[in-house]
Design a protein around this ligand. Sequence first.
Ligand code: DGL
Length: 265
Amino acid sequence: MRDRPILMFDSGVGGLTVLREARVLMPDRRFVYVADDAAFPYGRWEEPALRAHVVELFRRLLAEHDPEIAVVACNTASTLALAELREAFPQTPFVGTVPAIKPAAERTRSGLVSVLATPGTVKRQYTRDLIEKWATRCHVRLVGSDRLAALAEVYMRDGFVDEEAVRAEIAPCFVEMDGRRTDIVVLACTHYPFLANRMRKTAPWPVDWIDPAEAIARQALSLLAPCEPAGGGAAEPDIAVFTSGKPDFLARRLMQGFGLATGTR
Ligand code: DGL
């Protein structure tokens, strides 16, 4: 039964890190992946404008695709607008993506944790509240990166990554204090796991990089009604929607690689 899809949403390619986990857990489900490429990057938007933009966009997306649930696979949007989305569209269950500060605080041995995110997510009261709630015993460094989301976009489309730029962007995450060192970096932007190998390579010392994608996919699974495995008939394909209406060849090829047919709305 693949009739009502799962809507998976991000400003760009980052939500694909969640989609690939979701596909493993929910192989019989149909997915609509939405990249709000017309508005990328979200990290630089002012809060009121981005909040209004995301709510209006969802009004259209929910009407067009009628999903069973919506996954906001974007920290920058979730930390800002999840409450408003739930309020505006109470008939749709939403799964959000927020910085994995609680698991980081539980796992750290040194007590030094860094949260690597967009400048927007770092500024959010939501993020500060998570630290206040779960990590008061830790020293948490918030690192806002201006460039990593765009570097991940380029890497996924062109296969090229500027390693020196990655090194420079992650460098502030590594803190030494009283003989202790950062041992956990939370990847609090869904684009970043695509650069995880480059981050490992350019990190000054090994750390645990927390990618919440699987946990988000599990949360989505827990909200769905049970479904029958797809029968023999031709199922509707999973699709990718670009809000710009004009994905280029590389973007279309990338989506095809993730098993998504490309639409334009
Ligand atoms: N992938 C998004 C996130 O998880 C942000 C990328 C952007 O700046 O648009 O925060």
